[in-house]
Design a binder for this molecule. Sequence first.
Ligand code: NAP
Length: 253
Amino acid sequence: MPEGNHFSGRRALITGGAKRLGRETARLLAGRGVHLAIHYNTSRAPAEELCRELGAAGVRAVPLSGDLGKPREVETLFQEAWASMDGLDFLVNNASIFPPDRLDEMELTHLLENLRVNAWAPFLLTRAFWRRLRGTQERGAVVNLLDTRLVGGDLAHASYHLSKAMLKELTTLTALEFAPELQVNGVAPGAVLPPENEEDAYLEKLTAELPLERRGYPGDITEATVYLLGTSFVTGQIIFVDGGRHLRLGGST
Ligand SMILES: NC(=O)c1ccc[n+]([C@@H]2O[C@H](COP(=O)([O-])OP(=O)(O)OC[C@H]3O[C@@H](n4cnc5c(N)ncnc54)[C@H](OP(=O)(O)O)[C@@H]3O)[C@@H](O)[C@H]2O)c1
């Protein structure tokens, strides 16, 4: 890795960047001098507020809206991000939906909604990024936010699980197909923030089952994301940042 702050002056698009893990990733990158396109869907005010905060900290930060369930808006988002940042170096596919459904009640329309937002939109953004870099000497890095529940499944969120499984496969395929222009990696978080309708007790219950017997924090996830954006010799990898959960559920007890 080059010496010094090789992030300074780079440009990133973070989807779903207005709140929670997306916002913490933005703050960490901004602290390293990265200019940011902060995508939001419904969280306009938090996105604008974050951009003011990041701007005051010395980087360029632009809020950009778009419903990732609508492919045309995904294409427009990428074009706007590229134009407003004058090019891009990094893409963080962070936005996601996490609605409950079990196989017993699973509907095709619901499955497709999960696939659109959680897998197809990240793919469209990654491909648009690669198409911009193809034939140039420029390089880019993509991180896809996955989920520790790729291992063991998530029967209470079946459509979500299937969409993240598709994104995991796309991480591998795009890493190969879109090299050398793009590095594409994944971070598979364990629960570090409870869903918006749950309390912290939700996390404490899960912590007891972890090999490391400690809870994780947003910084654990964002540090992994930033590592993968900054390295120049890693692609097609998935880092599980989950207290070891995937090891136990993978059968290594
Ligand atoms: N939090 C955790 O503990 C955890 C655990 C495992 C995996 N992960 C993964 O890590 C990532 C970040 O987690 P998080 O909990 O911070 O995410 P989150 O709060 O559930 O969602 C992030 C953002 O996604 C955006 N989004 C949802 N539907 C959208 C749509 N149709 N179009 C555009 N944007 C849409 C929302 O933006 P608006 O608010 O602007 O509408 C939302 O703020 C996700 O991919 C998640 O699956 C998180």
